[in-house]
Design a protein around this ligand. Structure first.
Ligand SMILES: Nc1ncnc2c1ncn2[C@@H]1O[C@H](COP(=O)(O)OP(=O)(O)OP(=O)(O)O)[C@@H](O)[C@H]1O
Ligand SMILES: [Mg+2]
Length: 270
């Protein structure tokens, strides 16, 4: 029986990650302590190279920490699992498969043992519908735009009905308008599915718009959590209204201040 605390759905304790490199050991992350509540939307923000992807990969179970422990629903994260679906920046679709087939593959992996082909097909169709891609279902990745490819990646992740959605700069490669549209869609999907989300971003406005909690990482090596900002803007959030909202501006300023004043990127001189 699990008596997992809903406020510590993901529980990261004293995590450290050190990489072996040609020049010796490189300490990427040090003493990371973080909890994510069920249904919470958490973003990780920090300068390039500080260790955001390293931390996300640890939660995904794609790597294991050098020290410390990561738990999800009271179980140690010991490898990747369908309850923690990942959306990568480069959408990583199989180019020879249609959008439908790319999503179907994930659905099959999770549900084939317990469900009929018709049910798998229905799951795939509803995931594509959720991201507005019903009309493009039979197209291949080479025939659709970057924003659409990213939507397929999100549909694929959501189709597995993950408990946790992990996203590594999912909108990083998109133009500002497409990015805004997908952010709005993501807000709606998360509201509808009550998913727990951990998302990496570089973008201050994206972080404030989407997050319940913004986790700000210090610069590496041995990066750690510098500050956690709780964003208490009511939901649903509307970007146009928020643009002149004083509270929104304060959150934005707090993140900018952390990133560009306290953690300003220092050029290393050899
Ligand atoms: N497998 C690895 N072996 C050695 N060093 C690594 C490895 N993976 C990451 N690093 C180093 O760890 C640090 C953190 O990398 P990471 O990719 O997590 O940064 P990031 O915050 O995601 O950066 P970006 O915003 O540019 O994506 C970097 O200095 C990187 O060079
Ligand atoms: Mg990264």
């Amino acid at each position: 029986m699990s008596n997992s605390s809903p406020t510590k759905y993901i529980d990261i304790q004293h995590v450290e990650q050190t990489f072996k490199t040609k020049k010796g050991l490189f300490p990427a992350l040090k003493d990371i302590n973080l909890t994510v509540a069920k249904g919470e939307f958490v973003t990780l923000i920090g300068h390039s190279g500080c260790g955001k992807s390293t931390l996300l990969n640890l939660i995904a179970g794609l790597t294991t920490p050098s020290h410390g422990v990561l738990l999800c629903a009271d179980r140690e994260i010991a490898g990747p699992g369908p309850e923690r679906a990942v959306v990568f920046q480069n959408h990583s679709l199989l180019p020879w498969l249609t959008c439908f087939e790319n999503v179907y593959l994930a659905v099959e992996r999770v549900f084939a043992a317990t469900e009929s082909k018709a049910q798998l097909k229905a799951r795939t169709e509803s995931a594509l519908a959720l991201v507005g891609l019903t009309a493009a279902a039979q197209k291949r990745p080479g025939e659709i735009s970057g924003g659409m490819k990213q939507r397929v990646g999100i549909a694929r992740a959501l189709s597995m009905e993950p408990k946790v959605l992990l996203m590594d700069e999912p909108f990083g490669a998109l133009d500002a308008l497409t990015r805004a549209k997908l952010q709005d869609e993501l807000l709606e999907i998360v509201a509808a599915t009550q998913a727990t989300v951990v998302m990496v971003t570089h973008d201050v406005d994206e972080a404030v718009l989407l997050s319940d909690k913004i986790v700000m990482l210090t610069n590496g090596p041995a990066a750690t959590i510098g500050e956690v900002l709780t964003v208490e803007l009511p939901r649903p959030r509307k970007r146009v209204a928020l643009a002149d909202d004083a509270q929104y501006q304060q959150y934005r300023k707090a993140v900018i201040d952390f990133l560009y004043t306290r953690q300003a990127h220092v050029e290393k001189v050899a």
